[in-house]
Design a protein around this ligand. Structure first.
Ligand code: IPE
Ligand code: IPE
Ligand code: MG
Ligand code: MG
Ligand code: MG
Length: 317
């Protein structure tokens, strides 16, 4: 991990973990013991905590008090956790493994997994409640024209709008950090644009991992897109095109952010994060023997809005 980013990740990591545990919803009702266990399992499963870190960095640009920033960052992670619990269910990706452990529904059953996702989702809004504009942004980001709609598009066999499943929450993570720090409207726009571009690059990298990686490497069930017939890569839009597209997104993200926000260590770390996505993808591709002529489609809603020129044929619509 690059220097700036790893210093922030090391500094914030333990605080994020401790607070997630502290904020973990817990039912006091008799009979809800399994739900409580499942919630702790979901929270203690050791994800990369990318979204809370990005949120904290965005908040740090504006010298937001740590208490406020950490609360909001944990709310963002709860939204993410709820989304991946649902995403793994048999009705969605039917994945058995997440974060190197059995997926929540495998460990606790589908009913408890659905309820745990709901409890985490509700708790995120309880956390955001003292900041009403953040509540409304969270609803927008996770709703029908955001993450939920993006997941629906994804289940429907891909299409450019599938990227919204990931870009919406990344965009929100960055914007919420800026909002917590009273950023000016044009600074929020820069953060939102950076979040969308970074989110799409992140999802392309995740798609490469799904197509080329192993369960050992990914810590989760791979080969999902192929198994579900999602044309993420298809003739005319293969691995190399996806990487080119990703590179364009990353460059645009960094340019947007540097043009829109004051220079500081947090800004450098945000750029390092985004640039690191390309390195991660390169290592993955280089370590995999694949026919890179295969292809798919990749391009996306997030990047398009922010003026990135697609590095391949446009998205299938
Ligand atoms: C997984 O996100 C879902 C995607 C949108 C790609 P992450 O790869 O950030 O998952 P964790 O939180 O680190 O497990
Ligand atoms: C999931 O995308 C996106 C959301 C949960 C909103 P994926 O299905 O690609 O994520 P993984 O690969 O299972 O983590
Ligand atoms: Mg999915
Ligand atoms: Mg999935
Ligand atoms: Mg995936």
């Amino acid at each position: 991990m690059p220097e700036r980013l790893s210093a922030f990740a090391e500094a914030y990591g333990p605080e994020i973990e401790a607070r997630l545990r502290r904020l973990c919803p817990r039912s006091s009702l008799a009979g809800a013991e399994k739900l409580n266990e499942a919630l702790m399992y979901a929270i203690s499963s050791g994800g990369k905590r990318v979204r809370p870190l990005l949120c904290l960095l965005a908040a740090g640009v504006f010298r937001t008090p740590a208490e406020t920033a950490l609360q909001i960052a944990c709310g963002v992670e709860f939204l993410h956790l709820s989304s991946v619990i649902l995403d793994d269910l048999p009705a969605m990706d039917d994945a058995k493994t997440r974060r190197h452990r059995p997926a929540l529904h495998v460990a606790y059953g589908e009913a408890v997994a659905i309820l745990a996702a709901m409890a985490l989702y509700a708790e995120a809004f309880a956390i955001f409640a003292p900041w009403p504009p953040i509540v409304s942004k969270a609803a927008q980001a996770t709703g029908c024209n955001g993450m939920t709609g993006g997941q629906a598009a994804d289940l429907n066999g891909a299409g450019a709008s599938r990227f919204e499943k990931t870009t919406a929450l990344m965009r929100f993570a960055l914007t919420a950090g800026g909002m917590a720090g009273q950023a000016a409207p044009e600074q929020l726009d820069a953060l939102a644009c950076f979040g969308a571009l970074t989110g799409e690059a992140y999802q392309i990298c995740d798609d490469l991992l799904d197509a080329l990686g192993s369960e050992r490497l990914a810590g989760k069930t791979v080969g999902q897109d192929l198994r579900h017939g999602r044309r993420v890569f298809a003739p005319g839009f293969g691995i190399e095109e996806a990487r080119l597209r990703m590179q364009g997104l990353i460059e645009a993200a960094v340019t947007t952010l540097r043009a829109g926000l004051p220079a500081c260590g947090e800004l450098d770390a945000l750029c390092e994060f985004t640039e690191g996505i390309a390195q991660r993808a390169a290592v993955l591709v280089e370590n995999t023997h694949v026919d890179t002529g295969g292809g798919g489609r990749a391009a996306g809603a997030g990047g398009g809005e922010c003026g990135v020129v697609a590095a391949g044929p446009g998205p299938e619509r």
